[in-house]
Design a protein around this ligand. Sequence first.
Ligand code: NAD
Length: 726
Amino acid sequence: MENFKIEVDGDGIALVTFDVPGRTMNTLTASVIREIGEVVETIKSDTAIKGAVITSGKTTGFCAGADLGELGGSEGFAGDLKAAFDAGFALNKAFRALETGGKPVAAAINGLAMGGGLEMTLACHYRVVADNPKIQLSLPEAKVGLLPGGGGTQRLTRLMGVMAAAPFLLEGKSMKPAEALGFKVVHEVVPADQVVEAAKTWVKTKGDPVAPWDKKDFKIPGGGPYTASGSQVFIMGNAMLRKQTYGNYPAQLNIMKAVYEGLQVPFDAAIRIETRYFLKTLMSPQAKGMIRTLFLSLQELGKGSGRPAGVPHYDVKKVAVLGAGMMGAGIAYVQAMAGIETVLIDQTQEAADKGKGYAEGLVKKAVSRGKMTQEKGDAILALIHPTADYAQVKGSDLVVEAVFENRDVKAEVTRKAEAQLADTAIFGSNTSTLPITGLAKASVRPASFIGIHFFSPVDKMGLVEIIMGEETSQEALAKSIDYVLKIKKTPIVVNDSRGFYTSRCFGTFVQEGMELLSDGYAPAIIDNVGRATGMPRGPLEMHDDVALDLSYKIAQQTKKDLGDKYEERPFTAIIEKMVEGEGRYGRKNGKGFYDYPENGPKVLWKGLSDLAPVRIAEVDKVGIEEIRTRLLYRQAVEAARCFEEGVITDPREADVGAILGWGFAPWTGGPISLIDGVGAAEFVKACDALAQKYGARFSPPQLLRDMAAKGETFYSRFGAKERIAA
Ligand code: NAD
């Protein structure tokens, strides 16, 4: 065996060390699953072995679970259902053999155990875990659209009860060792250097080789589906699931079904039921898209896969942030957290100090909650130097400009900061709307001028959109990616365009909400269906969050810039009246499409029906489906246009950027995965029909027609390609 080592001690206890060669962390590869069978066979057949302890040979943890790279690559089993079932059942079969081999087996969990890793320990008769609050025990499958398929849905519910297990199965929540002990998911928590010994002691002294559910008097904690209390959990659970997922996520639904059906039958039948739902989930387009985007692509981009090769690593040690407002203050904080010395500049010392106050507040909160020591907090804050003096910019490896969204102000601070910069340093602008090529005109070194677009709130949002201006060099791009990775964010790279990639596509969601409003749909229908698409909020709510006056200002600027090409829409008048006539700016002044009373939830603004009379107050299933399609396809067709125009060039970046940047319905795997899942031909057909009914904004770009004709997907056409030089 290459993944397991077995050593039998003088007491006849086999220490099985799980250690996948050549990897820093154990994962359940196909070869590991095969070898678990051999381990079980050895324990069973060797008469010198009385029992076993399984531990990990890695310092990084016990096991991180299935190899999602392998799983994500499974394209289906070409209709051979028996072969599919056997492949899917292999893990359950191996774990069940371990559990019913007739000899006691204990798990010595010396680090994180996730997914199949935790399931392996649940198939052991006893679990000892190291006393370290950093250890996570979890079944995170649902987070990437999967279902735990190694007995997790059956064993965790039989250990904890359905109600307690629900958040761990449905949301992938993780538990710390102490919590796991409280839930009776593990039996002992001991100092890290004693886990193996404690596990051996149990095997030697108590060693019971029969799992609780294989005993005659076993009862599910809290009751099974057919008990009075148990049935309540399923009734409520179903309603809650519907409310939270709107039926968009097959994983959660299938987990519920596997639990409901599995708890009513003996264990061997239960795991077969689980495998069926596992396969059904795995083969869904949702799982495929989510695994690819939320796990594989996210991981690849997090390693800088889009970075041009050949530029030496750029270790950013000092950064000047210009503008200590909402964005600058957040950027200063994340930089200091990453150990970067930060000069935080504003017009006055007072304004700069106020910006540092944001980091001070966050650090204070973390210290008071025991999440950070005072010393660490002090060291972080000592890295932020608030000032109004541009001379302090000297020695910076990078500048991030986050002053007012105004070309003249930006030009002025660019000149002032550049006067202090070394030739090797990079200048990044955090503008949200102004094209980078235009801003770079104020720069004397446009090759080193780039867009570094953060999202608000900076400390919570994981994405950074890097924008290439016409003259931006590949070296500047590589250096900016190094910086973004250092502050632990995920970079995507786009070419200059109005609204870049994220704001441009997100804008279409909000605009389609406005189109629906001027079509006469009741606002409640628009936002309810909007939420049911899987977007975080409906389009009107989101519009309020973004601010109506901002959207009005951008529309006016676009009209000025585009001249005759600007298409006036009926909804512009509604926004104009709301902003100019009624002073309704959105959530920020408590007045938008909704009113925001101090105590209590928001309510739709009564006056809205005067500006946008309701003509459609009821919709049937077909109508709902059409609104849903309009809201999602409008964004997806815009993402396709961004490909055609070369604004974005990598499908992974388009999908990750959409989900992380503007919350595009995660169940789709992103707008590009959505189109690929539907198929270009179908998508084009649907968009043509929408265009005919609602206008050219739905017209599919030529690129999509070409792809449809050739039967291509975005991932096949643009995948794994060298970055297109800007
Ligand atoms: P803000 O108004 O909160 O902060 C701007 C700061 O810049 C103010 O503190 C102001 O005093 C300072 N400033 C103005 N002129 C200056 C000068 N000459 N020198 C030094 N400081 C100066 O604005 P914000 O929301 O932080 O936005 C800043 C930039 O980031 C804008 O370009 C905006 O478009 C962009 N942006 C904003 C968001 C967002 O959600 N707010 C998201 C992404 C990007």
